[in-house]
Design a binder for this molecule. Structure first.
Ligand SMILES: Nc1ncnc2c1ncn2[C@@H]1O[C@H](COP(=O)(O)OP(=O)(O)OP(=O)(O)O)[C@@H](O)[C@H]1O
Ligand SMILES: [Mg+2]
Length: 342
């Protein structure tokens, strides 16, 4: 495995999915600027897993780097009999690629989906600061990080700190799936988490993965019940102190008349994040936009307001200074603006 394989693999993924990656006009440059040192760190990060999964071989014909990446990221799932084979790549997303796997003995269902995150340096990061505010960070066991050294490393964004943040991002997705699944929400059942990947129920069948709702034209008689179902899930999330944060018809799977909400790493706590209301309103608005395209019109702001206030939350546009970083220009400007608006 050399640096070029590593970079080429993700560039191909981006081209393949025609993603709007935020790399500026010259796509190659940010990757080429990556030093060997950073790549070594990445390899160490995923490579620290034990190598007792040395026998792991799979059906899916992966590109050279991708194969290494999958062996490193999914080796422990294989070792613990969560999966027995990787069958194909379902989708290469901006942050992760999702693979269809044959289950191992530890899972009752025949197929599972593995969401394998891109290495930290090649993730097309959402503006994650906005989502992280007020939610703490989780370690690889899903526990809140309280260790001073770790907190300092994350604040200073050292290589170690960045690793922890990457892990925390994944842990939030897994923990949220666990919590919501236990609460009866329409989400894939999560099975296991590793440093770089999560394993969950696969929605679809051997031939076809479930499409995302945005690509589905609903029958007229299923529009209203499915809308109610989505709103019920949003309400359940609020009851569990979570806002999805990136909800839209693109993050809802549709299969056999049922829906499954996916893609949770950016979840936001409604209480502690001062941008929470704005994020929540955006989620509800996007859902209403999709259902409007299916002939169901709802006032998104009113609906969002009713849901939000029914959980005792206040509607606020102001960002508390606690969540602003004085070292960042944009945050300082926001603070000045808020002061003059008063
Ligand atoms: N459990 C699942 N079963 C079937 N397909 C899935 C499952 N989870 C994810 N997918 C497929 O993989 C795609 C990417 O998953 P997800 O949205 O979680 O990752 P992402 O990297 O955030 O992607 P994007 O940037 O496109 O939103 C989904 O749009 C869906 O097509
Ligand atoms: Mg998604």
């Amino acid at each position: 495995m050399n640096t070029k394989d590593y970079i080429d693999f993700f560039e191909e993924l981006d081209d393949e999915d025609k993603l709007n990656v935020r790399l500026g006009t010259d796509k190659r440059r940010p990757y080429q600027r990556m030093t060997r040192k950073l790549i070594q760190e990445e390899r160490q990060f995923v490579g620290e897993q034990d190598d007792s999964s040395a026998n792991f071989r799979f059906t899916y014909k992966a590109a050279r780097f991708e194969e290494w990446w999958l062996l490193e990221s999914l080796g422990n799932f294989y070792e613990h009999q969560w999966i027995s084979d990787v069958l194909r790549r379902l989708k290469g997303g901006k942050e992760a690629s999702v693979y269809l796997c044959r289950s191992g003995a530890a899972v009752a269902a025949p197929l599972v989906a593995a969401k394998v995150y891109r290495p930290r340096s090649l993730r097309n990061l959402k503006n994650d600061g906005q989502y992280r505010a007020g939610r703490g960070d989780l370690d690889e066991n899903g526990h809140v990080i309280v260790d001073d050294g770790a907190l300092h490393a994350m604040k200073k964004r050292t290589a170690y700190g960045e690793e922890l943040r990457h892990q925390s991002w994944i842990a939030f997705e897994f923990q949220t799936l666990e919590m919501l699944h236990a609460a009866g929400a329409d989400v894939p059942k999560p099975y296991a988490m590793e440093k770089n990947a999560i394993l969950m129920d696969y929605i679809g069948d051997l031939g076809n993965a479930a499409p995302t709702l945005n690509s589905v034209g609903l029958d007229p008689d299923e529009v209203q019940p499915l809308f109610q179902r989505v709103i019920h899930n949003i309400d359940l999330l609020l009851s569990n102190q979570r806002i999805h944060g990136d909800l839209s018809a693109y993050n809802i799977l549709y299969w056999d008349g049922d829906i499954s909400l996916i893609d949770f790493p950016q979840v936001v706590p409604p209480e502690a994040n001062s941008a929470a209301w704005t994020i929540f309103l955006r989620d509800v608005t996007r859902i209403c936009q999709y259902f409007a395209s299916q002939g169901l019109r709802r006032d998104a702001r009113k609906l969002a307001t009713d849901l939000w206030t029914s959980h005792g939350h206040k509607i606020t546009r102001e960002i508390h200074p606690r969540y602003l970083d004085p070292e960042k220009n944009e945050d300082r400007h926001l603070w000045e603006k808020q002061k003059t608006e008063k």
